[in-house]
Design a protein around this ligand. Structure first.
Ligand SMILES: *[C@@H]1O[C@H](CO)[C@@H](O)[C@H](O)[C@H]1NC(C)=O
Ligand SMILES: *[C@@H]1O[C@H](CO)[C@@H](O)[C@H](O)[C@H]1NC(C)=O
Ligand SMILES: *[C@@H]1O[C@H](CO)[C@@H](O)[C@H](O)[C@H]1NC(C)=O
Length: 280
């Protein structure tokens, strides 16, 4: 039986902050979302006043409103696993069209799991689904009971108000949404697949893009394939091998040694390569 099927699930809307207008451009202010920290560990650059999402000063893969230090490898892995399982489960429940992308898709390709050295997670979402999330689910907190985790964990869905601006010139707002683990600050980056209007104006039909400068043809993505990832029901692009080859090169689908790990085809796992102690 899937662990997720026993997870409880409910929503708690956070009160939007009634703050000074200068706060409008950055992520929801610390005071309105703070759960357990004494201060906000997010970096704020005076140069990037339009940037909505912020990352922590200690590690770019953490949201400093919720985390104050990086987790060790084992804890990071289990927190990332819970992040993707809860995202997939929540989005499945409300019928959203989302699929695995980038390094997360590569992990799926090899063994349907997050690669052990991965520090982040990426998903993409259709424009219609993002529009629905922005309208009805922004700032919702989703509580999950997790095996071995006392009191479970809360996950925050936050949508960048600039997601509607499709301009790639909006450089600091290329991430459209985040699914944040409020216990650690780890998060999933969510980007919206849109029509490339420049290409369409040039008569190139079916050209799609994300604001983070990734380009696809419509038929590379759709129809999505139904699969599983980390034990949860998931979807991946139709032409996943094509998509991965374009992004990471054909080697990424065949080379079995990366980041001090080797892929063991019998175990179907990336196993750490332990250096012989006699070697220098
Ligand atoms: C989501 O909520 C935050 C906090 O209230 C707000 O700053 C942001 O603009 C909202 N996003 C959207 C898409 O409305
Ligand atoms: C979208 O973002 C770009 C770049 O920041 C900006 O120049 C433009 O005015 C924005 N468009 C809208 C409709 O807000
Ligand atoms: C959109 O299409 C134009 C014209 O074909 C192309 O130059 C540009 O790189 C595309 N943008 C993205 C983000 O795919």
């Amino acid at each position: 039986m899937s662990l997720l099927s026993v997870l409880l699930h409910f929503f708690l809307a956070l009160q939007p902050a009634v703050g000074a207008p200068t706060l409008a451009k950055r992520d929801a202010d610390f005071e309105s979302v703070n759960t357990h920290l004494d201060k906000n560990y997010n970096k704020k650059s005076a140069k990037q006043v339009d940037k909505y999402f912020h990352e922590s000063t200690f590690n770019q893969h953490y949201d400093g409103r919720f985390g104050s230090a990086s987790l060790n490898d084992e804890d990071r892995r289990s927190h990332l696993r819970a992040l993707i399982q809860t995202w997939l489960s929540s989005m499945h429940d409300i019928g959203m069209e989302t699929w695995l992308a980038h390094g997360t898709l590569l992990g799926w390709y090899w063994n349907r799991k997050i690669m052990p050295w991965d520090a982040d997670l990426d998903v993409q979402i259709s424009e219609k689904s993002m529009s629905h999330l922005a309208d009805y689910y922004n700032m919702t907190v989703h509580h999950y009971k997790l095996p071995g985790v006392d009191d479970g964990r809360d996950f925050l869905l936050e949508i960048n108000p600039r997601w509607l601006n499709a301009s790639t010139a909006d450089r600091t707002n290329r991430i459209d949404g985040r699914w944040v683990d409020t216990s650690s600050g780890l998060y999933i980056d969510i980007t919206t697949l849109r029509h490339n209007e420049t290409a369409e104006a040039e008569g190139i039909e079916d050209a799609m893009m994300c604001k983070d400068l990734h380009s696809y043809m419509y038929e590379q993505i759709f129809p999505l394939r139904e699969t599983t990832f980390e034990g949860a029901a998931a979807r991946v692009p139709f032409a996943y091998a094509d998509v991965l080859t374009e992004e990471y090169g054909s080697e990424s689908l065949s080379k079995t040694e990366y980041h001090n790990h080797v892929f063991d085809p019998d175990a179907m796992e990336w196993l750490p390569v332990h250096k012989d102690e006699n070697e220098t």
